[in-house]
Design a protein around this ligand. Structure first.
Ligand code: AHR
Length: 661
């Protein structure tokens, strides 16, 4: 006789049998009256770099690509068009001597008395247009013959050629002048094109052909994309680091970021090639330039709008050391230092100062309260230290209140890091900018990284980090839950060490789905919408739950740094009188956690539990499924000080408890 197994017998008998899930029992201890560190208001911030079309084609809401014909191929993005028998020519004119900062414009000659001749613009991988929204078109124009003026008409076409918006405009003057017209779009489309039609025989010069949605962030004309800035605002960032990143350094020094060229009238901001245009052979982006429509004034205003401390990073006389590594000789570094000093005056100076006056003339009488500045981006070696020393001396002499961010190099360990770490600490540098693009295991293993750091020396800015599911720079890297969860676990270590780590930012911040160079990124967008990655939600949850003071949470008498797959930190929020507990269960098994909390008289009966969780470590959000994984918040009954919680597998849990005392 054959014996059947128990499960087979149960199956035959119709009784279903679910294998019991292993459950870990965890007893956490929290000492709510034992403050270990204050959490700086700057603690969780954002890193903005114009990579992945984050600025032009992204946050900067301009829809016309190559609007001033300054790309190397002056007509890139533009195509000649004719209809109803019209014809003509387009000539690019170089006036570099007269306008070195905006050297090119076009002459459009219409050769026919009837019909239309003109140009279409493809936008940044199309133009995102919304039905019933108003669009503001503008152009600088100059008629050759005012008795026979060329007329202009504008159309928006959807991707099938249907006209979804139109307007006309009659430039009259023989002098360069800016003309405007606004019109409403009749349909929503992801990839529209702008058509600029000329009619009547004659010639007209055109420059700065521009189309903006009227609705921008705070409805500023020529402003920023409201939905994307909203996503930044929703992070409640403590600081805004800008403008990078390697873009600060440039592939060579000529291509470095120069803030003075990014303020004032947009037609006077010199365009340059974006260094990410050619950086990755596998992700070449030939149409990636910098118009600086999002320039330093806009960055400062953005920081102010989203409640973040501005943190500009300046070139320190070194081009990107992964590229040319060009250096400015030390005896020629003064203009670079002057740029830094002038920037502080621009941000904070009164009307009695040259640069303060300029800020005021640009419409911002109030100072920007600049206190932080980065000297160089991801530099290394003795050459950096030589330059850093002169910057530090000059800035501290004139502005002793400035806190300087100094590079700890591109890696979190190794000879470059060791040299910079020791040398800069020797000089008592204010803040060291550490970068780590590493795999998820690294993040879990390094949760104790800051436990043994010198408590009295330089502070730490975790200035660029992101878990990489593959190699650094690999186009296969994903913003999946495994990476985000490992960052959440690691960040308990930042928080536990908030006396040393005073700032942290994920990098990069933004990526356009069809124009990116680097992945992973915090927020992805197309021409119409955007979504937050699981990593975005991790950053947001830390930021809105950063509290004010760190208190110890332990498991078996030790900080919670991976025992049974658990990671935890706890803070008080003295502003709201709450205890905030963060627990990350990185195990595939669920756990039951009990919390023994001392130092409080009790809790109000209702707490809030927010969970970011998925059983699928590879889950990702996308344009079509923007919320495949997102935080879920629910009320939680609390009786007295007794607290227990079920921690789902692969979960990030945040508990906010209102203290009774
Ligand atoms: O975040 C992408 C790049 O990574 C930054 O520009 C640079 O600082 C780092 O190497």
């Amino acid at each position: 006789m054959k014996f059947l197994s128990l499960s087979a017998l149960l199956l035959l008998s119709g009784i279903s049998f679910t294998k019991a899930q292993p459950v870990n029992k965890l007893n956490y201890v929290i000492k709510a009256d034992s403050i270990k560190a204050h959490v700086q208001p700057t603690m969780y911030g954002i890193f903005f770099e114009d990579i992945n079309m984050a600025a032009d084609g992204g946050v900067y809401a301009e829809l016309v690509k190559n609007r001033s014909f300054e790309f190397n191929d002056n007509l890139m993005g533009w195509a000649k068009q004719k209809k109803n028998g019209g014809n003509g020519t387009v000539t690019v004119v170089d006036r570099a001597k007269e306008r070195p900062e905006n050297p090119h414009y076009i002459t459009l000659a219409v050769n026919t008395n009837s019909g239309y001749f003109g140009l279409s613009n493809e936008g940044f991988r199309g133009m995102g247009i919304k039905a019933d929204e108003t669009y503001n078109f503008s152009v600088f124009a100059h008629q050759h013959d005012i008795t026979n003026p060329v007329k202009l008409a504008i159309e928006l076409h959807d991707s099938t050629g249907v006209v979804i918006g139109r307007a006309s405009l009659n430039p009259v003057g023989k002098e360069w002048k800016r003309y405007h017209v606004s019109f409403k779009a009749t349909a929503t489309t992801l990839k529209a094109q702008l058509y600029l039609w000329c009619s009547h025989k004659g010639s007209i010069d055109l420059d700065m052909v521009s189309l903006f949605p009227q609705h921008t962030w705070k409805n500023r004309p020529g402003g920023l994309r409201a939905d994307l800035v909203q996503k930044l605002y929703d992070l409640h960032p403590g600081f805004l680091r800008f403008p990078g990143g390697c873009i600060v350094e440039g592939r060579d020094l000529a291509n470095r970021y120069q803030w003075k060229k990014t303020i004032g009238d947009v037609d006077k901001r010199e365009n340059i090639i974006n260094r990410w245009n050619v950086e990755f052979k596998h992700r070449l982006t030939p149409d990636y330039y910098q118009t600086f429509g999002l320039g330093f004034m806009e960055y400062f205003m953005l920081a102010e709008d989203i409640g973040a401390s501005p943190l500009p990073i300046l070139n320190c006389g070194m081009a990107c050391q992964y590229n040319t590594g060009q250096l400015v000789p030390l005896n020629q570094i003064d203009p670079y230092i002057q740029d830094a000093l002038d920037l502080i005056e621009f941000a904070n100076g009164s009307a009695d100062t040259k640069w303060g006056r300029l800020r005021i003339s640009l419409g911002h009488p109030k100072p920007f309260n600049l206190k932080l500045m980065g000297v160089g981006n991801e530099q290394w070696g003795e050459q950096y230290i030589e330059r850093w020393k002169v910057f530090e001396k000059a800035i501290k002499q004139k502005y002793p209140y400035m806190q300087l961010v100094s590079s700890a190099g591109p890696d979190p360990s190794g000879p470059k890091f060791d040299y910079l770490n020791a040398t800069l600490r020797g000089f008592n540098a204010d803040i060291l900018d550490e970068h780590y693009y590493r795999n998820p295991e690294w993040f879990l293993k390094n949760v104790k990284r800051y436990d043994d750091y010198d408590r009295k020396g330089s502070k730490i800015f975790a200035g660029e980090y992101a878990a990489q599911s593959g190699d650094i720079g690999s186009p296969k890297n994903k913003n999946n839950w495994e990476c985000a969860m490992s960052e959440a676990a690691f960040m308990t270590g930042l928080e536990r060490n908030a006396d040393v780590v005073i700032m942290a930012s994920y990098a990069p911040l933004l990526a356009k789905v069809d124009a990116w160079q680097w992945t992973p990124d915090l927020i992805w967008f197309d021409n119409l919408t955007s979504y937050g990655t699981p990593n975005y939600y991790v950053q947001q949850l830390y930021s809105v739950n950063k509290g004010t003071d760190v208190v110890p949470i332990t498991l078996g008498g030790q900080a919670v740094t991976g025992q049974q797959g658990q990671f935890a930190s706890a803070v008080l929020d003295k502003k709201t009188n709450e205890l905030v507990i963060k627990v990350i269960n990185t195990s595939k098994d669920k756990s039951t956690a009990s919390f023994d909390i001392t130092g409080v008289n009790g809790f109000k009966s209702e707490g809030l539990l927010t969970t970011l969780q998925s059983d699928d470590l590879d889950i990702q959000n996308s344009i079509s499924k923007p919320e495949a994984i997102k935080p879920v918040t629910r009320n939680m009954k609390v009786s007295g000080k007794e607290l227990s919680l079920e921690l789902k597998p692969y979960s990030f849990n945040i508990l906010r408890l209102k203290m009774a005392n």
